[in-house]
Ligand binder design. Structure first.
Ligand code: GLN
Length: 470
C-alpha cells in the first residue's frame, strides 16, 4: 500500500513507531498530486513549503516522543475559505483572488498546534454557494470516481483531494450540506459538527447562523481525530460552546427514520442501498423506528430564505474599499458597483439579490420572519424525535454524483440539499458515511448514509458510523 493511501490513524501509528517520516508522507501526497491533479483539479494552490513543514514536524516528533499529537506530520488539504496567515484565501471568488490572510483561523491555529502539515488550498464553489464546485472562479473540480461527474460541493476540492489520496484528510465548511454532500459523492466520510462546537473565527462567512467547519476523511475514526483537534470554545467566536453544554444522552440502540420525508424523490437504487443499511442495523441489534418530522418538508424553503439573507449581509463587506478587488468609477457608488459587478459570479449575485429581497422592509414578515418561525418548529421536532432514538438516518442525497454541466438550473441543484440542510437549520451534528455504490452508465458511484444526532452528541455519530463501516 502506498503511504498516501493510509488513513490518518494508520499513518499516525507508523509515524509514532518510526516506520515512516512526515517527509515520506508529504512526498507521497505530492507525487499523487503531480500524477492526478492536472485532471481532477482539486487544488487551487499546492504550497511551496510542504517538505519544510514536514521536516519541522519530524523534528518536533523527536522532541515530543510519546506525547506527540495524532495529527503531528499528517498532510491535510484546506478549503479556500479558511484563513492561513500569510497565504492566499479567496473563497474561489474573483473578488478575493489576491487576498492574503492576515491571521490564522482558530481551526488552523489548533491544527498548527498539533503539528499538521498543510499541503495546499483546495477548490470550492464561490463563497461556498453550490453543490457541485462548478461555481468556482477557477473552474470545476472533477470527481475522482468518475471524471465526467462533479465531486459535489461546495467542499468539492476537499472531497476530491481526500478520495484521490492527494492528502490524508481535509477541512471543509458546511452551511447546508457542503461537507456531507461531497463526501457522499466521492465515497468518503464527512462531519458537520454541532453548531458552536467548532470556532468560525477566520472562516470566510457565508451564513453565520448555519456555517460550521469540519473534517472530510477516509474513515470515521479519522473524522473523530480531526474533530477532537479543532473543536472547543473560542473567545473569538461568541457562538462557540463549552464541551459540557449539552447533556450526554444514554445510547438507546434505536435508529429513527423519517419515512414520510423519504417518499420525496429519492432514486430507486439509492433507496435500496438505504434500506440495506437499515437491515444491517437490525442484524446488529438496533431497532428501526419511524419518526415524524413534519417540518422537514419545509427545510429547503427555510434554508433558501435564511441562508441568502445572511449571505447578503455577510458579503456586503466586499465593497472594493476594505477587501479584495477594487475598481474605480466616477464616484464611490460606481466604485462599489464596478468592484462587485466584476468580482461576484452568477450564483453569488443571485443569492445576494434573494437575500436583500427577503430582508427588505416590505417583505421581512412574509419571508424572513416566517422562515425564522419555521426554523424554531423544525428544531423542536428534531429535538423531540431525538429523545426517542440515538440518530436519525436518511440518505445524504437523493442521487449519486451528477454530471458536470447537468445542474444548470439552480432550483434542481438546490434539491440535492433536501436532506442535508435540516442539520444546519437546527444546529444538530450530522455525519455522512459511505453506504455502497449504485451503477450509472457502467460506473459504480458511491452514495452516502446521513446520521443526525442530538446537539453535542457527535459521540453517537462516531460509534454508529463505525458500525456502518464494518
Ligand atoms: N449546497 C448548499 C448551497 O448551495 C450548501 C452550501 C454549503 O453548505 N456551503 O447553499
Amino acid at each position: 500500500m502506498k503511504l498516501n493511501q493510509l488513513t490518518i490513524a494508520e499513518a499516525s501509528k507508523k509515524l509514532q513507531a518510526g516506520e515512516i517520516t512526515a517527509v515520506d508522507l508529504a512526498r507521497a501526497c505530492l507525487d499523487e498530486i503531480k500524477k492526478r491533479d492536472q485532471d481532477i483539479h482539486a487544488y487551487i494552490e499546492v504550497f511551496d513549503d510542504v517538505e519544510d513543514q514536514a521536516r519541522a514536524a519530524d523534528a518536533l516528533r523527536q522532541a515530543q516522543g510519546k506525547n506527540a499529537h495524532p495529527l503531528l506530520g499528517i498532510p491535510l488539504a484546506i478549503k479556500d475559505n479558511i484563513l492561513i496567515e500569510g497565504r492566499h484565501a479567496s473563497a474561489a471568488s474573483k473578488i478575493l483572488e489576491n487576498y492574503v490572510a492576515s491571521y490564522d483561523a482558530t481551526v488552523i491555529k489548533k491544527l498548527k498546534g498539533a503539528g499538521t502539515v498543510f499541503i495546499g488550498r483546495v477548490n470550492m464553489d464561490e463563497f461556498a454557494t453550490g453543490s457541485t464546485t462548478e461555481s468556482s472562479c477557477y473552474g470545476a473540480t472533477k470527481n475522482p470516481v468518475d471524471e465526467a461527474r462533479v465531486p459535489g460541493g461546495s467542499s468539492g476540492g476537499s472531497a476530491a483531494a481526500v478520495a484521490a489520496h492527494m492528502c490524508l484528510g481535509a477541512l471543509g465548511t458546511d452551511t447546508g450540506g457542503s461537507i456531507r454532500e461531497p463526501a457522499a459523492f466521492c465515497g468518503i466520510v464527512g462531519l458537520k459538527p454541532t453548531y458552536g462546537a467548532v470556532s468560525r473565527s477566520g472562516l470566510v462567512a457565508m451564513g453565520s447562523s448555519l456555517d460550521q467547519a469540519g473534517p472530510l476523511t477516509r474513515s470515521v475514526e479519522d473524522a473523530e481525530i480531526i474533530f477532537d483537534a479543532i473543536r472547543g470554545q473560542d473567545p473569538l467566536d461568541a457562538t462557540t460552546i463549552a464541551d459540557n453544554v449539552y447533556p450526554k444522552p444514554t445510547p438507546k440502540k434505536k435508529i429513527g427514520v423519517p419515512c414520510t420525508l423519504l417518499q420525496q424523490g429519492v432514486e430507486v437504487d439509492v433507496m435500496q442501498k438505504f434500506e440495506a443499511s437499515l437491515q444491517q442495523f437490525k442484524t446488529k441489534g438496533f431497532e428501526i423506528v419511524d419518526v415524524e418530522i413534519p417540518s422537514a418538508a419545509l427545510a429547503l424553503a427555510i434554508y433558501y430564505v435564511i441562508m441568502p439573507a445572511e449571505l447578503s449581509s455577510n458579503l456586503a463587506r466586499y465593497d472594493g474599499v476594505r477587501y479584495g478587488l477594487a475598481l474605480k468609477g466616477k464616484d464611490l457608488f460606481e466604485d462599489y458597483a464596478k468592484s462587485r459587478g466584476a468580482g461576484f459570479g452568477d450564483e453569488v449575485r443571485r443569492r445576494i439579490m434573494l437575500g436583500t429581497y427577503v430582508l427588505s422592509a416590505g417583505y421581512y414578515d412574509a419571508y424572513y420572519g416566517k422562515a425564522i418561525a419555521a426554523r424554531a418548529a423544525l428544531a423542536g421536532e428534531f429535538a423531540q424525535a431525538l429523545e426517542k432514538v440515538d440518530v436519525i438516518a436518511t440518505p445524504t442525497t437523493p442521487t449519486p454524483a451528477t454530471k458536470i454541466g447537468e445542474k444548470t438550473d439552480p432550483l434542481s441543484m438546490y434539491l440535492l440539499d433536501i436532506f442535508t440542510v435540516s442539520a444546519n437549520i437546527t444546529g444538530n451534528p450530522a455525519l455522512s458515511v459511505p453506504m455502497g455504490f449504485v451503477a450509472r452508465e457502467g460506473k459504480q458511484l458511491p452514495v452516502g448514509l446521513q446520521l443526525t444526532s442530538a446537539h453535542g452528541d457527535e459521540a453517537a455519530l462516531f460509534s454508529i458510523g463505525k458500525e456502518v463501516e464494518k
